[in-house]
Design a binder for this molecule. Sequence first.
Ligand SMILES: Nc1ncnc2c1ncn2[C@@H]1O[C@H](COP(=O)(O)OP(=O)(O)O)[C@@H](O)[C@H]1O
Ligand SMILES: [Mg+2]
Length: 367
Amino acid sequence: MFTNDQILAALSKVIHPEKGKDIVTLGMVSEIESGENGISLIIVPEKSNDPFISSIKSTIVRTLKDVLGPDAVVSSIEIRPKLMAGKRQEKPDDLLPGVTNIIAVSSGKGGVGKTTVAVNLAIALARMNYNVGLLDADVFGPSVPIMFDAENYRPEVKRENNTDHIIPLKKYGVKVLSTGFFVDPADAVVWRGPMASNFLKQLLAQGDWGHLDFLLVDLPPGTSDIHLTLVQEVAVTGAIIVSTPQEVALADAIKSISMFRSDKINVPVLGLVENMSWFTPAELPQNRYYIFGKEGCRILAEKMGVPLLGQIPLVQSICESGDKGLPVAIDDSPAGMAFMTLAGEVIKKTNKRNIDLKPTEKVQLNK
Ligand SMILES: Nc1ncnc2c1ncn2[C@@H]1O[C@H](COP(=O)(O)OP(=O)(O)O)[C@@H](O)[C@H]1O
Ligand SMILES: [Mg+2]
């Protein structure tokens, strides 16, 4: 096995053909691991469509052998997209100036896996070394605390410059605030709309979020006052819609997409995530059973002109690990890798959105 320093020294001999500098200096080497099966690398090119990537990959394999000897076998080279700096709002009157991208995670129907996707996506992005926050805005059914095994977490509140700062839970690399940290969900169900909305405002404004590349907001299902409050309070970069491939879920997903795209709201839809795409039993990992129908979200995505960001299988480990507070994205199981792949797609689509479209405007009440 080799040390990271040995590997880095060898990689610094690999020159990017166009830029004329080595890939270490260019900051393209993100992670190095040397184990029994060989060396695995994560490379993050400056441009996601860098035409030199395949030649760089073969140069890496050759150079490691040349410098470190025949034992320097490369087991994998993963190419990951790089998040480009975005600009979220045109006017500087934003509650969250330190947050580069606010992503709303929404669904038409409840129970389709919105929270599961939001939590695992947040963890996957954090594993890619981004600063990530997760705000559980599902006031009437907050389930983020369970997935972080933090049902008894009570955030500390610090008073500074006459304002209260609510300190998020920091776990698996993600800063987390949930309405469930403050109120018993059984009490929240009797709240009226304004109370729930005020609570969301407070978590946005007073949450000690600091600098974040991504703040994911787990919204309640459907279209609610909470959705409206979010888009009125902050400029939302984009929305991700979660659905299962089942007809009834798809019909509601259409409503959800239409809401974000409506003239009044005008938040770009980054794409659709299909959850529970097929069932794969642990003992038959090659088998796929399309319990809720096949490719429903792909068909819908094409019809609505939105990207399909990923397909997540229905596997027991996703459910069990969520209940235990150990979401699958924390390690490299096949289910965990599905979320890493999804995170890569979310980065690409966020970059594209920030290049192609103007920053989102906050929704004005009197518009
Ligand atoms: N891909 C999956 N495989 C297995 N179980 C899943 C999957 N996605 C979600 N679940 C389970 O389904 C239930 C509902 O998911 P959840 O994320 O809470 O949905 P929502 O937030 O949309 O209401 C949870 O028990 C969760 O563990
Ligand atoms: Mg939920």
